[in-house]
Ligand binder design. Structure first.
Ligand SMILES: Nc1nc2c(c(=O)[nH]1)N[C@H]1C(S)=C(S)[C@@H](COP(=O)(O)O)O[C@H]1N2
Ligand SMILES: [Mo]
Length: 375
């Protein structure tokens, strides 16, 4: 009978369409978490961008060896773990997003515009990032370019939004509510969901947790010679290089070289343990053997701070060549690799010769080398 009465009460009917979780405290805590995760994604994203496209004055160190696997792992796995946070935040605040009238003053209009841009760009960044690591490109634009430029829009809107909300959020999280149980339960559920996403993907970058790597699209340890392959030799249009294969060393050299596989094998051989860290977030470690790039460059009379470009047999494709700056080619770990995990390189890993260098995005670990050009 009590329930029946309540059902006829207009105020109670109104309440059925609301939840006590659409409240400022939940929004504030989720906002803080999102602020931290988007800032982390922005910084690690800039690192990845500028490692791949350094301005002239910028030189990246070649150590620590696995630094890029950490920054890019944070970027991708942190981004995935942000998805539940963003969905929860949007659900929490959606009654406000559709509040009427749309604005009450010029200042309020500017505030809401920032929120609109923030919501749009956040959804865009997380969706395109997710599609990219799933190798699904349903959009008509270039992913890295759009993802890069949108990040500035997002951060701009985030700064405005934080400035607008700072005082409210601070007041909200500093006071103790009387009925905190619901909120705490909701926030813990959201945090646990993020945690599960992170735990089931982090194994693709962090080997000790590889067994938990259930959600990530790539698993280190699978593929020829124990390493995953995105671009096969066939897809790159590279056919097995025959006995006529040569590695040429050209450009601003003391003397040009044209080295056969036997010539390379006759040089001092070294074995290094280095990771391939793809921009997509996965990292796979291998034991590589081959010749130090610096030994070959010294034999060609190159020294000092020269910049070097390595070129692939692959005809087209964005990753057919890459720059190797002085700290990288001087590093004793940087090899012209001929072997992987105790065998000659498999065709899909860049046979007969590929670059492998420390602290470098996977896209710059060029496969199927044919030429080293000194700039
Ligand atoms: N020539 C050439 N080298 C290349 C690529 C490529 O497409 N062409 N892909 C790069 C990328 S994106 C990564 S992550 C590493 C490892 O890629 P794989 O998984 O295709 O071997 O090789 C790099 N070297
Ligand atoms: Mo990659």
């Amino acid at each position: 009978m009590v329930r029946g009465t309540a059902l006829l009460n207009p105020a109670a009917i109104g309440r059925r369409f609301t939840s006590r979780l659409h409240d400022e405290r939940v929004a504030a805590w989720l906002g803080i978490a999102l602020g931290v995760s988007f800032t982390t994604a922005f910084v690690t994203g800039l690192i990845s961008h500028f490692m791949q496209h350094p301005p002239d004055w910028m030189v990246w160190p070649s150590r620590p060896v696995g630094l890029y696997s950490v920054t890019q792992g944070l970027h991708v796995i942190g981004g995935l773990a942000t998805i539940p946070l963003l969905l929860a935040k949007l659900w929490t605040v959606y009654p406000k997003l559709f509040a009427w009238p749309p604005f009450r003053s010029a200042g309020h209009a500017a505030e809401r515009l920032a929120v609109l841009v923030l919501v749009g760009t956040s959804l865009f960044q997380l969706a395109t990032g997710l599609f990219n690591i799933a190798y699904w490109y349903p959009f008509p634009f270039n992913f890295p370019v759009a993802h890069y430029w949108t990040s500035y829009l997002l951060v701009g809107a985030l700064v405005v939004h934080v400035a607008n909300q700072w005082a409210t959020a601070r007041r909200t999280v500093m006071t103790r509510p009387e009925d905190g149980v619901w909120r705490r339960g909701f926030l813990l559920t959201v945090a646990a969901t993020s945690g599960v996403v992170a735990l089931t993907t982090v194994g693709e970058a962090f080997r000790p947790l590889a067994a938990l790597d259930l959600l990530a699209p790539r698993r280190p340890g699978t593929g020829p010679q124990g390493l995953p392959v995105n671009k096969t030799a066939q897809a790159a249009g590279v056919t097995a290089a025959g006995p006529a294969w040569r590695l040429r060393v050209t450009g601003r050299v003391g003397r040009e070289l044209s080295l056969s596989l036997a010539d390379l094998r006759a040089l001092p051989q070294h074995t290094v343990r280095l990771p391939i860290s793809c921009v997509e977030g996965w990292t796979a470690w291998g034991t590589w053997d081959g010749v130090r790039l610096r030994d070959v460059l010294r034999a060609a009379g190159v020294s000092g701070g020269a910049r070097v470009r390595v070129e692939s047999l692959e005809r087209g494709g964005a990753y057919r060549s890459s720059w190797v700056d002085a700290p990288h080619w001087h590093d004793e770990l940087t090899l012209l690799a001929l072997g992987l995990n105790g065998e000659p390189l498999a065709p899909d890993h860049g046979a007969p010769c590929r670059l492998i260098a420390p602290n470098r995005p996977g896209v710059l670990q060029t496969k199927w080398l044919t030429e080293v050009v000194v700039a």
